[in-house]
Design a protein around this ligand. Sequence first.
Ligand code: HEC
Ligand code: HEC
Length: 296
Amino acid sequence: MAQNYKDELSGVETTGHEWDGLRELNNPLPKWWLYLFYVCIAWAMVYYVFYPAWPLGKTYTKGILGYSQREELDTKLAEAKAGQAKYLTAIAAKSVDEIQKDKDLLGFAMAGGRSYFNENCAACHGAGGQGAKGFPTLADDVWLWGGSSADIYKTIQHGIRSDDGDTRGTPNVGMTAFGMDGILNRDQIDQVTDYVLSLNGKTADAGKAAKGKAVYDENCAACHGDAAQGSVAAGVDGVGAPPLKQANWLYGSDKQTLVETVTNGRAGVMPAWSKRLDDATIKSLAVYVHNLGGGK
Ligand code: HEC
Ligand code: HEC
């Protein structure tokens, strides 16, 4: 063991530690560092007294200020809720139309509606309501079940062919499966689909289409209307048969899809939301969807 002794060059005492001839000088700590260290200790003492500090098993020393980040968060959340409550109560009390006329409420409902839509509707209708095969586009101004804000509100509340007592359309009744049920044979289906093509100005066999008109009048007009205008257009919900002379097809207007529709039938179901979402949420959704579609 080396002895403590003064280093000849610097005149400073060594600590006595030595490694292969290298000795550690026992320089005092710089004053500024030492004072800062004392200040830190003093600050910590003050902190212990005023703020939560020491863990005590399940609890902790609270400090005389009683400060808590959890409480601060709770207070902020409560404030935010109270701020929203004002809007939510107003939304619940007003019609969808009235909400749209109130600038503040409209902004609030649109913001909420957008996030509720992404949560609940986008899976079927696509983000932004662009739609998909069998799921109507909500971002245009073509509506089968009505595009007024009151209509949209009703559709969202009660659904379409849903299990809700006030559903739009008739539960379980959609488009008849003419092929599967043996009501029409292949030729008749070929003819009637050519007739639908001809109605829409698409290439079709004129002879078949003429025969198809007879098939249409007998089998389809009851639901789709004499002029293929659809059942809802007349203001009657009925079974909700869409117009067949149109540009916004739910399933598709190419020959193959038409044959598939007439052969196998279709019965799209839109769920009812009135038992799953509260009224203010449904109204916000109606406002959002109404504005997506350009707001008829
Ligand atoms: C499980 C899939 C599904 C979900 C989820 C869904 N929808 Fe629908 N929705 C449909 C189908 C299918 C139709 C078309 C029914 C028909 O006419 O054949 C439809 C139709 C609609 C219509 C009527 C469109 C028209 O042309 O009149 C509106 C409005 C609508 N949905 C809004 C919503 C909103 C808002 C939500 C979310 C709260 C939602 N939908 C969630 C399947 C769904
Ligand atoms: C009992 C009433 C009823 C009868 C009869 C009926 N349809 Fe339909 N049809 C519907 C309903 C309801 C729908 C909508 C189904 C849906 O939205 O899922 C529909 C949908 C369609 C579609 C799909 C439209 C689209 O947007 O993709 C076509 C095509 C169609 N029907 C053709 C016919 C033809 C052709 C006949 C006669 C052979 C016929 N329908 C008879 C009720 C009927």
